[in-house]
Design a protein around this ligand. Structure first.
Ligand code: NAD
Length: 476
């Protein structure tokens, strides 16, 4: 099998070592082999991006917009084919894979617009005969580090604004999803990417990822809290602008007056779809007394109907988890939950299917307390807990009692409670009668507390991270 290379300075370059990308639905299926960049190659990529940056920043906004628009068109036209690759490599169902590529296309299309739309302000000075003008300039070379769970969408929402605003970049994707990243760079290249403007360095996090901080002007990271905290320290020490999007322990509050079928669908989708491997997954279901037992029974019944299997098989609702390590970690948390005295009422077991893969039954614990480890730590799998609450006030307090703050949802028919929750829940995203996961591409995204650090991603807010604001005073 050919070893696929890294794109540095417009050349596809081999590495000393390589890794195999394995299909989590069928470990006999090797998706590809990929060259691993060492620190020296990362430095080469930083240098290539540095050399290409002035010319890229000097292009017209139309040139930048055209690259993004053409990329958007190709991704959309090939969404089924690339979506299948996403499913094969990341274990998403066919619909999820196609949906993610469609989303990536929409993000590129959105930033094709932003590239020509963004600008500054004219303001009156407080002094006579002076005008004040603000403008946005590119920040320079941007390092991007991404996880495996949205291998094309997250890359898109970092690459597209970086390019739109005149920056050059290097991307270090997850070791689990190098094929999707390579495919995206082939698409960019085919649609007019100049040499060095965007560089791809597949590699191990501790080697290639850690090396990215040296020499870049800004670093945007999405991944786990542990990695993010480490990276932030080295970035700040080097005065590198940093943006971190990390984990969640997202609450979904279900009040007595909720529409029961709607609340159950919100919980089922939020907790278990994409095998629970979403930073916005609903992992804590906080349910008030009056509806608790009916909700648990109805959710359990729906959980029994979902099909877990090969991501690309017809009828699959939930694909595998990403790898053996993740499967074992979920098993460890199931043991922790039992030891802590929580009651496992559904799932908890690894599933055998006709292909060797990492299939996990959707798992539900009840009778849990918010101070249990299973309610404090991100599990990142099809794993949810139910916490009983007396009333809305206690439910809100439980929702906020976490070190995370990414997404939070409430199911209720009460306008008063929905409004109060939206205003008082400590999270970056608040969802009313909707799952905690599932977002638009044109609006800001991010969390608070331990989940996020730095300015928001996506929408017009992305300019706050990917540009520098200059204030000019003009005397006349
Ligand atoms: P991870 O932290 O293990 O890896 C993320 C990326 O960081 C990978 O590319 C990895 O190679 C790299 N990395 C690892 N160690 C590094 C180091 N020492 N220095 C530099 N880079 C390093 O996370 P993961 O398992 O790939 O992804 C799952 C996590 O991502 C979950 O915690 C999830 O909640 C989070 N996530 C957050 C968002 C969000 O927007 N908030 C979105 C998706 C996923």
């Amino acid at each position: 099998m050919d070893i696929q290379k890294n794109l540095i300075g417009g050349e596809w370059i081999a590495g000393q070592e390589s890794i195999a990308s394995i299909n989590p639905s069928d470990t006999n299926d090797v998706v590809g082999r990929f060259a691993l960049a060492e620190a020296a190659q990362v430095r080469q990529a930083v240098a290539a991006a540095r050399a290409a940056q002035p010319a890229w920043a000097a292009t017209t906004t139309q040139v930048r917009s055209d690259l993004l628009q053409r990329t958007a068109h190709e991704l959309f036209a090939r969404r089924e084919q690339i979506g299948e690759l996403v499913s094969r490599e990341a274990g998403k169902t066919r619909a999820e894979g196609i949906g993610e590529v469609t989303r990536a296309s929409q993000i590129f299309g959105f930033f094709a617009g932003e590239a020509v739309r963004y600008g500054g302000e004219n303001l009156p000075s407080v002094r006579p005969n002076i005008g004040v003008q603000t403008s946005r300039e590119p920040i320079g070379v941007v390092g991007l580090i991404t996880p495996w769970n949205f291998p094309i969408a997250i890359a898109a929402w970092k690459i597209a604004p970086a390019l739109a605003f005149g920056n050059t970049l290097l991307l270090k994707p997850s070791e689990e999803t190098p094929a999707v990243a390579s495919e995206l760079f082939r698409v960019l290249e085919r649609n007019g990417l100049p040499a060095g403007v965007a560089n791809l360095v597949n590699g191990h996090g501790a080697v290639a990822g850690a090396a990215i901080v040296d020499g870049v002007d800004a670093l945007s990271f999405t991944g786990s809290v542990a990695t993010g905290r480490k990276l932030a320290q080295s970035a700040v020490a080097k005065m590198v602008r940093v943006q971190l999007e990390m984990g969640g322990k997202n609450p979904l509050v279900v009040l007595d007056d909720a529409d029961l079928p709607q609340a159950v669908e919100c919980a089922l989708n939020g907790a278990f779809f994409s095998a629970g491997q979403r930073c916005t997954a609903s992992s804590r279901l906080i349910v008030t007394d009056g509806i608790h037992d009916r909700f648990v029974e109805a959710l359990r019944a729906r959980m029994r109907e979902v099909q877990v299997g090969h991501a690309l098989a017809a009828g699959t609702d939930i694909g595998p988890v990403i790898n053996q390590r993740q499967l074992e970690m979920i098993q460890r948390y199931i043991a922790v939950g039992k030891d802590e005295g929580a009651r496992l009422i559904e799932g908890g077991n690894v599933l055998e299917r006709s292909t060797p893969g990492f299939f996990m039954a959707p798992t539900l614990f009840v009778d849990t307390r918010n101070d249990m480890r299973i309610n404090r730590e991100e599990v990142f799998g099809p794993f949810a807990t139910v916490i009983r609450a007396r009333d809305y006030e206690e439910a809100l307090a439980l929702a906020n009692d976490t070190e995370y703050g990414l997404s939070a949802g409430i199911c209720t028919q009460s306008h008063k409670h929905a409004t109060h929750f939206r205003l008082n829940v400590k999270s970056g995203l608040a969802m009313v009668n909707l799952p905690t996961a599932g977002l638009d591409y044109h609006v800001p995204f991010g969390g608070t507390k331990g989940s996020s650090f730095g300015p928001r991603e996506q929408g017009s807010y992305a300019a706050d991270f990917y540009t520098l604001t200059k204030t000019a005073y003009i005397g006349h």
